[in-house]
Design a protein around this ligand. Structure first.
Ligand code: ADP
Ligand code: MG
Length: 416
């Protein structure tokens, strides 16, 4: 037991462990390492490029990026500065990669047949490329519709969705991948591990304070099956809700035995075979709740927002995953990275995507999630965007991402 070996969290031994985690050789061997300082460097480089662009654009006073989104005021909307040849080449590389990924299994005829212009609905180009809006993703999703259900994994895949940054799309990703997979034959459970209970809200599962929730699973050893609730909108999808009570759990868990492994323990007395996928939605921190999620899972999915400073803090997350892998959960691996909130109008987004793909390679899912108004509206209706507006660019992108995730299940169980 990890805590018996003095490897608990958080304890004095942690700084030592963090130190040892600086040796990322294990990660590098598997292609997942992040040279120390690299993320910060990349973040600063991107910020510098953005700042110099903004200087140029303030003078030019042109239009191009979204001033509201960028929080820079609507009076001086910036335009992208001319790109250097290297930047242009980087953008072309990402475009090729994304095009290949989106159209990998899409016949040209599908593109023409299923074009759906969601530009109007979202006010944003539907593809991350800003080219042929909607067509590639609509076609990809169209193809997906015709071949349902998708293959299911041999055994349940427990996937933790983690990134200690808030607002990068963890919850949105958990909810929409889960819904997309469930709509194509998979049996899916979402475990809401964030005291804010956003995943519970989006799936319209009761999570008022005092409702039996994941808090009782972690702190009171209540069995998971007593907590899991079916999601009304999507059959085969269930949710273990989180209530605000969970906010105290970071502290309440500290004196408990095996505090890092409470969720894993709950899974061990739960019949995971009743699901094909379990997604654990983490809070925006690397505290005990996230550690519990990492200990209970075999895969980590990291959503990365295609935005300023997106890469800062990633190093710390990778180190934490490495630590947990080394000392608490040998099975854990970063299996998936998903690029979120991609705004095709900004060159920065493609630069972030390029850097991430360059570094993480195949771990990064081909489909990229565009910034889409429909995605952000859906939770207020107690829905995933998959049911709220299935034809929107965000829904199509999440569908394409879910499909790739399903086809990456190895070995996969073919649909019966
Ligand atoms: P996290 O769980 O990492 O804190 P969320 O998934 O809650 O992030 O997303 C943060 C906010 O951004 C939410 O208001 C959500 O609706 C919105 N959002 C997430 N993904 C998108 C997207 N692709 N387009 C537009 N808004 C998005
Ligand atoms: Mg969240």
């Amino acid at each position: 037991m990890a805590s018996d070996r003095g490897l608990g969290w958080p304890e004095e031994s942690v700084p030592r462990l963090l130190e040892s985690a600086r040796d990322e050789s294990r990660l590098r061997v598997s292609g997942l390492g992040w040279p120390t300082g690299k993320a910060k460097e990349m973040g600063r480089a991107l910020a510098r490029r953005a700042a110099s662009r903004n200087k140029g654009t303030a003078a030019a006073g042109g239009a191009g990026e979204d001033p509201v989104r960028d929080g820079r005021g609507a009076d001086q909307p910036p335009v992208p500065a001319p790109a250097s040849p290297a930047e242009e080449e980087a953008v072309r590389r990402v475009r090729r990669a994304v095009t290949a990924a989106v159209s990998r299994e899409t016949a040209p005829a599908d593109l023409a047949a299923t074009a759906h212009d969601s530009q109007q609905a979202d006010g944003n180009p539907a593809t991350p490329l800003g080219e042929a809006p909607g067509q590639a993703l609509a076609a990809s999703a169209g193809a997906a519709e015709r071949e349902q259900p998708w293959p299911r994994p041999q055994t349940c895949r427990v996937i933790t969705i983690a990134n200690q940054k808030g607002g990068v799309g963890k919850t949105t990703t958990a909810v929409n991948l889960a819904a997309g997979l469930a709509m194509h034959g998979a049996r899916v459970l979402v475990v809401d591990l964030d005291p804010q209970g956003n995943a519970s809200t989006a799936l319209d599962v009761d999570h008022r304070s005092g409702t039996p929730s994941v808090y009782n699973v972690l702190v009171d050893d209540l069995p998971l099956e007593r907590i899991a609730r079916p999601v009304a909108e999507v059959s085969q999808l269930s949710c273990v809700p989180a209530t605000i009570d969970l906010a105290g759990a970071e502290i309440e868990l500290v004196p408990l035995v095996a505090r890092e492994a409470r969720l894993q323990r709950a899974f061990s007395t739960y019949d995971l075979a009743r699901h094909d996928y379990v997604f654990i939605d983490c809070p925006p921190s690397l505290g005990l709740l996230t550690i519990n999620a990492l200990v209970a899972a075999s895969e980590v999915l990291i959503p990365i927002q295609c935005e300023y400073y997106a890469l800062e803090g990633l190093e710390q997350l990778l180190r934490t995953v490495d630590l947990v892998q080394a000392h608490l959960n040998r099975e854990l691996a970063i299996s998936t990275i998903l690029l979120t909130m991609y705004d095709a109008r900004t060159r920065l987004a493609s630069q972030v995507a390029d850097e991430v793909r360059g570094h993480f390679g195949e771990v990064v899912l081909g489909p990229v999630i565009p910034r889409s108004v429909r995605v952000s509206e859906a939770p207020s209706y107690g829905q995933s965007v998959m049911t709220y507006d299935p034809a929107s660019s965000g829904a199509l992108a999440y569908l394409a991402a879910a499909r790739e995730l399903a086809y990456r299940s190895e070995p996969a169980r073919q649909p019966s």
